[in-house]
Design a protein around this ligand. Sequence first.
Ligand SMILES: *[C@@H]1O[C@H](CO)[C@@H](O)[C@H](O)[C@H]1NC(C)=O
Ligand SMILES: *[C@@H]1O[C@H](CO)[C@@H](O)[C@H](O)[C@H]1NC(C)=O
Ligand SMILES: *[C@@H]1O[C@H](CO)[C@@H](O)[C@H](O)[C@H]1NC(C)=O
Length: 433
Amino acid sequence: MWLRTLILLTLAISAFGQAMLNRNGERIVDTVRGEIYDEWDDCKNARAEIVFIIDGSRSIPQIDFNKQITFLKSFVDHFEIGKNGMRFGAVTFGDKIIKDNTFGLTQYASKDQLKNGISNIDFKPDDGDSTETYLAIKYAHGIIFKDARPDIKKIAIVITDGQSTAPNKTAEQAMKMRKEGILIFAIGVGKDVSEEELHTITGRNDYVFMVDKYSLLKTVRTELRKLTCNSDKVHQMVACLHLSDEEFREKQGCRGMVDINFVFDSSVMGYEDTRNITTFIKKSVTDEYLDNKKVLFGMITGKCQALKDFYLNTYQTRTEIMKHLDIFHKTSIVSLLQKVKNVSTMTKYGARNRARKVAVIFLKGKLSEPQGVITNAKVLSKNGIEVFVIKMDDLNSENTLTSITRQRNILDATEIKSMVQLSSEFLNRLCKR
Ligand SMILES: *[C@@H]1O[C@H](CO)[C@@H](O)[C@H](O)[C@H]1NC(C)=O
Ligand SMILES: *[C@@H]1O[C@H](CO)[C@@H](O)[C@H](O)[C@H]1NC(C)=O
Ligand SMILES: *[C@@H]1O[C@H](CO)[C@@H](O)[C@H](O)[C@H]1NC(C)=O
């Protein structure tokens, strides 16, 4: 059973990488792989409640058991374990829940304890004839996830090599769990698996990974060795968790805590646009969905970049004078974006750990340093801050804007009649209403 789990975990991890490729388009994937997840350190930021639902209705030789334990321990080693990081649970089932091989999210509060707990898992060679998957899903949902931290994504990974004995009950339990925002992935191994049933369990075809057991078994040894040393696969897993984060947030809409910062360079806005922006902010703040203590607002405008004096003897050429005057027309949003990161993440600015973090950036004028803006926007998204852009004119290219944030998060003030309407559109997208 554990060997099978090990293979499945290996596959799960690489399969998730593919799901990431398939699901959300190249740009996000590039960001994820190229910039966000290069460093092992990034594993430290992953926060999720993960429960493995393991079909233990058949047995495997004990021979690979220790390797499995070693693997699981090295797998969890890459994460921060505990209430500020990742927490793992496991349910093993056959015709009933196998309590000895089942543990909850709070059972192991530190990495050492978790690894120790994994070491203590006993080998159970035969756990019955039937595959009561629904029991395990119900257990994960009703008992294990009950201990989940609020506002942290919950993921169940169902691993099976057969069909459940009661598919309707399984489908029903899975749907109940999904309805509460718990993502379910499923991994099916071998020819006895019903792919169709796994689709029913996950609710999405791309969350199902089918694996041919026999071809796999041939490569088990290599896989084992690779797995212990190869960080790539775990990277993909981490990347996947971050992507799920986005999905999680969208599911949450504005029901959880949200910290929103409005960002604009007041020096380039001028009177009318500043007034338009304040209209937008006022409308957003008083909106029914946001008008409660769960949502906090901030505003970052920078210092007004007043023109400095120059004297009769300061400049000799027209170019110099133009350069001096240009300061007033250039947006210098980079320094504001640098500030957004601190303001959105540090408690001294009122940022809340578990809140969904949002920055709404108003852009006017051609960006003098587009690359700097793009780089800083990526830093924000790396830190879990969702970036919205409100374009106040047409001076920046589509390419620049879509490098700052995804298309869905870009709103065009030039195409809309009133800021009231634009604010309403913003809230629709933010809150999924
Ligand atoms: C299971 O669900 C299907 C589709 O909803 C239904 O046609 C079938 O009768 C159900 N079977 C049982 C045993 O309830
Ligand atoms: C952000 O906070 C760090 C740590 O306190 C500080 O060193 C840095 O200067 C801050 N950056 C900005 C732009 O305020
Ligand atoms: C911004 O303000 C000006 C002047 O008050 C107004 O004409 C314009 O329509 C406003 N733009 C939007 C999008 O509301």
